[in-house]
Each structure stands twice: as C-alpha cells, then as structure tokens.
Write a protein that binds this ligand. Structure first.
Ligand SMILES: Nc1nc2c(ncn2[C@@H]2O[C@H](COP(=O)(O)OP(=O)(O)O)[C@@H](O)[C@H]2O)c(=O)[nH]1
Ligand SMILES: [Mg+2]
Length: 682
C-alpha cells in the first residue's frame, strides 16, 4: 500500500442507500463532520442535519428526496448522495445510481429490514455498481456480527464479506478489528479511533475471522487459495488488492461496521472508499463513455430552488464543463450552463468549470431532465442509462382552493414532476379532475405540502372519481315526439326508436331503418346527436354504454321540422325509454398483478378476496428468487388504496401494476350507494 496516505486519486461520487431509517442521513452528517465540511455533527432528531433540510423532510423526520453534498478527504473531492430509503421515494435513488462509482449500503441487523435491503441490493447488482455494506447502529447490537450477517445475507446475491469485527466489553461494542489491516481500534466519540494491541481470546477470534474473510476472497483467487492451504500468510498488499478487485467486480460485498451518530467507523469507511472504490475512469467505461470524445455529463437530480432557479445536479463523465457551455441531450438542446456550483445540501457555492469525475450543479439548463446524458459536442452522446419511474399506485384528485390559482397549480405540478417523475398527473376530461398519481400516501402528501410551502397554493384533495357507466338489460321501442307551437314558426320532430342492449364492451351503435322517407335523410344525423346527448347521462346518473339504437319510424312537418327539433325528439325518446329498460350499473374492472415475497402470498390472497378480487392464479416472479406474482381481476374502487394494505403485508416491499380490462355489472346495496351518492352530488 505504497501510496496509502499520499497522492490524490480523483473525485468520487458515492451514494448512501439502504432501508428506511437505517442511518444514511446521519452517516452523511458524520462524514461531513469527519472531513471538516461542517463544524459540528447535527442530528435528525434535532432537525440540524445537512441532509433532509427541506421543510417537508424536517417535518416528517425522513428523507423525501436526495441530498447532495461534496466534501474533501485526503486531497480528493467526494460527492455523497444521501438517498431516501422509503419505497415511496425510491425513484430519487434509482435516478442517482447509474453514474456513481460505488454505493454504501447502510443497514442495521433487523429482520424486518431484509426485504427492503434486498430491493436496494438488486438495483445495485443489476447496474453492476460496487457496493459496501455499512452495518450501522452497532451501539445497539444485541447479537454477534456474524449472526447479523447470516440474517442479512439472503438480501444479496453475492457473499457479504465481513472485514471488520467488533471488540466487546461488558456486552457493549467498544471498538473493532480491521481484518485486512490486522489492527485493532477503540472507538472515541466524534474523534478518530485509537489503535490498540490485541491479546488472548480477541487475538484468536481475529485470526478465525480473518481466515474466513481470506477463504471467501480465495474463491476468486487461486494463488491466494494455495497460500491458505499451505499455511503461508498472504502479503497484506495482496489482500488489499483482492478486496479492491472483488469489490469492483461485484464478487463480494465488503462489510464495515460503525455507529453513525458517534462518527465511529467513519474514517475506516472513507479510507476503504479511497483505496478500493473505482474512480471515474472505470465508471465512465462501465457507462460506455470514451475518454477521448466530447465532454459528457449525466443528470442525477433536478431541483427547482426558490432563489437559484433550476439546478441540474450532474456528474461529469468526460472532459470539462464550465459556465457558458451549450449542452445537448440525445433529443434536444438542453441549454447553456449558467453557473456551476458545488452543493453541500441546500447551500450552493459558485465554482469554476467541473472536470471529469466531479459532481456539481449546473444552473438554468431549461430543457435538461433527470437521467439525461448531456454532451458538449455537435453530435449528442447516446444515453448512458435510462431509469424509468415505476407507475403510480395511488391517486388523488386535486384542485386549487381558489380559482385564481388554477393556472399556477398546473405550472407548479409540472415543476414537481420535473423534480420527481415518479409523480404523474393527468386531466380527466369527463370529470374535469386533475388526478395526481404517486407512489404512496406520504409521497402524495409531500407533493401537496410542497404545493403549499413552495408555491403558496392552497389545495383541496379528494379521491378521484371512478369511471362508472350504466347499461340496460331490456329492449324497448319508444316514440320521441317534440312539438311546440309558439306563435309564428313551430317546432316539430317525431321519431320511433328501437333500443336494445348490446354485449359488454360493444359500445354504442346507431342504425337507421327509415323507409318511405317518413323522416327525411337530412334530419337523421340530428336524431343520432340527440340520442348521444341523452346517453351521456342515464337514469342512474352515468354515461350509458353497450346499447344499440335504431331509428325505425317517425314523421315530419314541411314547415316546422328542423335539425334542432329532431335532435330534441331523439333525446326525449332515449330519456323516456331508458328507465323502463332495467338500467344497471357498470364498474371498471382491472387486471392487477401484485409482486410480493412468497411468504406474504397467502396474506395477499386474503387481501384480494376481501376486496372483491377474483384471483386468477400465481406464479413465481421471473428473475426474483423467493418472490411471487399474484394476478387478479379487481374493481377500480378497491384498487384505490390497495397499496397501503399490500405494503403492510409485505414489510413495505410489495407492489402492483394494473391495467383496465373490462366493465362489469354491479348490483345490490353497493350499486344503490353509488347511485345515491351520485344523485346527492348533482
Ligand atoms: N443508536 C443509533 N442510532 C442511530 C445511528 N445512526 C442513526 N441513528 C438514528 O436512526 C434514526 C434514523 O436515522 P436517519 O439518518 O434519518 O436514517 P435514514 O432514514 O437511513 O436516513 C435517527 O433517529 C438516528 O438518530 C447509530 O449508529 N446508532
Ligand atoms: Mg435519510
């Protein structure tokens, strides 16, 4: 390790990821304090951390978006991206991952967190991102670290490689032994750990633990295996080289331990990152960016700040990008860089051009989106990664409390969606509702809070209207006659309609079967318009579908007939007929696919049955060991808040997608309630 303390190794970009509440934001704080970026280490409880500085994050005491903070360690620049752990905000993490050098997966030895840990690990495994596991909160450890790893191992496809073991004193962990360095340390609160000598039992357990670390490493290094078999102590450099290589190749997940709140284990973590995490050259190569081409950067987060306007947080993958450079995305011109800033949470500091490997905020790139690959040349660089947000699982209908805010609301929502595309909105032309889809209750709550806090728009929220329809069960023939004699010119239209139910999903069919010109040709389109008018609002209050209407007879008046008169006649015919045709309510049914860990499948089945779901079957989830996919047909009303129950049955990791399938009859009490509610609302 010749250059251990000397020479710089270039800027890094490291994500802090892992389950909810595992201590990522606290670890970032500890890193910033340890590296001197901040004077004093804040706490999540007191609301004094660099991370989670937004009003919404402080209020809920949880990360609701990424925090980006750049610091310096041993002469190199490090940008840390503290990612939210909650599945509802997972898109922010996923968008930040592709261009990082390595991830530190922060976790505690808690059985309930294993499923979430597995989700995070999968993302990293699929992207081939080297990852450390930082076993945090060991001040509260109640079991051997080896036991903890056994508990967590199922979350990772490759071995968790323990490279530090704790030193226990009176059932409390007071320090650790670094198995690669072969050195023991005693923790000091908020200060560097002190090196101590190991003796007796502790020395023996160090030897055992080191041997099992080396055995795992030797699975991918034949020479090391031979040395172990021959009882030759491998040189320390070789061990470090193997650790670095196997981390970078994704063959193992080295495990470090610590206490983020007390800054314990943080220095060793930083050193491991410095010596073992790959740098920009390897990361650019992984992303297919050539070192000799144009300047290239990728956007990992977009912020709309109150004072600084739009900021695109980007990592430069090649070349250098400074103020005034015009950048292109593969699809359009992204804009001209107006200001380059270093970020430490919410504070930004103007700086000069950013070089390859640095992660900075570019100002005012109007057309840059999160995930975009930006390049400075004439020919845009192909996208280095694509992160599609998961489709929404929970929706609310929102409107501005005051009409004057309507336009502002649309603009503000667009900004929120630009920051977080796992939020989507659409306007329902039938109900005129603005429907916002998100990843869960908290996600939507934070979105509405932001509308109030940042944009000053007071919001009303409701459950979105379900698209009920109605149809008829009995045929009928009905006359529709409109006659009015009010002084001079009268109005006259007269039609006979043959009305029949059609099979489900057949829609609406209009036919004319007029013989002998009893209704003149030119009035027939007006009759159809009148019919369509009446079908928009059936006797139960909903649009009428799956009916055939034939115009079979009628009469006219040479002077008094008109388009309008026949339109009214058509409308009257339908509205008088339908109540006699046994109208029935139709509700939308969707095909739902729920993905869940297999041990939760039984609970999921029960939830679906309890919500009038018709279970179609279940399979193992392709590519997801230990997971199932349950398929069911479910009424739209029951999908409304389904995600809440699914998450609570699956330690937060279950999810679903759905797609409209068909309309189905709904009768009895539930139907009566819906009709009554509709009447009351009208
Ligand atoms: N005892 C103990 N508590 C910790 C440690 N690290 C974080 N915490 C606490 O765990 C909670 C969640 O921490 P936070 O950093 O917000 O977790 P995040 O959701 O992963 O960002 C907070 O109450 C922290 O104070 C630790 O090492 N030991
Ligand atoms: Mg956090």
């Amino acid at each position: 390790m010749g250059d251990q303390e000397g020479g710089t190794r270039g800027p890094r970009c490291i994500a802090l990821v892992g389950p909810f509440q595992s201590g990522k934001t606290t670890l970032l704080e500890a890193i910033l304090a340890r590296t001197g970026a901040i004077q004093r280490q804040g706490t999540v409880e007191a609301g004094t951390t660099v991370g989670d500085a937004s009003k919404e994050a402080r209020h809920h005491k949880m990360s609701v978006e990424v925090t980006v903070a750049t610091t310096t360690f041993m002469g190199d620049s490090y940008t840390f991206i503290d990612c939210p752990g909650s599945v509802e905000f997972v898109h922010d993490m996923r968008a930040a991952l592709p261009a990082i050098d390595a991830a530190v997966v922060v976790c505690e030895a808690d059985e309930r967190k294993v499923a979430q840990l597995q989700l995070v690990m999968r993302e990293l495994e699929d992207l081939k991102i080297p990852r450390f596991l930082f076993l945090n909160k060991i001040d509260k450890a109640d079991k051997q670290v080896r036991e903890s790893l056994k508990l967590l191992q199922p979350a990772s496809r490759v071995p968790l490689l323990l490279r530090q073991i704790p030193i226990w004193k009176n059932e409390i962990i007071t320090g650790f032994v670094d198995l690669a360095l072969e050195r023991a340390f005693v923790y000091k609160e908020h200060a560097a750990s002190e090196v101590i000598n190991l003796e007796g039992d502790e020395l023996n357990s160090e030897k055992d633990a080191r041997f099992s670390m080396l055995e795992t490493l030797a699975d991918h290094d034949d020479e090391l295996m031979e040395q172990l078999l021959a009882d030759i102590p491998p040189p320390r450099d070789r061990v470090f080289d193997d650790l670095a290589k196997e981390l970078r190749d994704g063959l193992v997940v080295p495990v470090l331990i610590g206490v983020a709140t007390r800054t314990n284990g943080v220095l060793r973590l930083l050193k491991a990152l410095r010596h073992e995490a790959p740098g920009i050259a390897a990361t650019a190569k992984r992303l297919g960016v050539k070192p000799n081409g144009d300047a290239v950067a990728t956007v990992l987060k977009t912020f709309h700040t109150t004072h600084g306007g739009k900021l695109s947080v980007a990592r430069v993958l090649n070349g250098q990008i400074g103020d005034g450079v015009t950048l292109n995305s593969p699809s359009e011109e992204a804009g001209r860089v107006s200001g380059v800033a270093k970020m430490v949470g919410q504070s930004t500091e103007k700086r000069g051009p950013a070089a390859a490997g640095e992660t900075v905020a570019f100002g005012k790139l109007d057309h840059a989106r999160t995930g975009d690959t930006l390049s400075a040349g004439k020919q845009p660089h192909p996208a280095v990664a694509e992160v599609k947000p998961y489709p929404g699982v929970l929706a609310i209908a929102i409107s501005a409390k005051e009409r004057k805010d309507d336009v502002k609301l649309g603009l503000a929502l667009n900004k929120l969606i630009e920051e977080d595309p796992s939020l989507t909105m659409f306007h329902n032309p039938e109900t005129h509702e603005m429907v916002v889809w998100g990843q869960g209750e908290m996600h939507l709550r934070v979105a509405t809070e932001r509308l109030a806090d940042r944009f000053g728009i007071a919001i009303e929220r409701r459950r979105p209207t379900v698209g009920y329809r109605e149809t008829i069960k009995k045929p009928i023939q009905q006359r529709g006659r409109h006659k009015k004699q009010s002084g001079g010119h009268g109005q006259f239209g007269d039609v006979v309609l043959d009305i029949k139910p059609l099979p489900r999903n057949a829609g609406f069919v209009f036919e004319e079967k007029i013989t002998g010109g009893v209704v003149p040709r030119n009035y027939i389109p007006s009759v159809e318009e009148g019919v369509i008018d009446a079908l928009k609002h059936g006797p139960l209050g909903f649009p009428v579908v799956d009916v055939a209407v034939a115009l079979i007879d009628g009469s006219y008046h040479a002077v008094d007939s008109s388009d309008m008169a026949f339109r009214i006649a058509g409308r009257l015919g339908i509205s008088e007929a339908l109540p006699q045709c046994q109208p029935v309510l139709l509700e939308p049914i969707h095909m739902v696919e729920i993905a869940c860990p297999s041990d939760a499948s039984a609970k999921i089945n029960a939830i679906l049955s309890g919500r009038r779901g018709q279970i179609l079957g279940f399979d193992t989830r392709a590519g997801w060991e230990g997971w199932d996919v349950v398929r069911a047909m479910m009424p739209e009303t029951e999908i409304g808040d389904l995600i809440i129950e699914v998450r609570s049955a699956t330690a937060g990791v279950g999810s679903f997608t759905f797609k409209f399938d068909h309309m189905a009859e709904l009768t009895g009490k539930p139907a009566e309630q819906i009709v009554a509610a509709k009447r009351a609302a009208e």
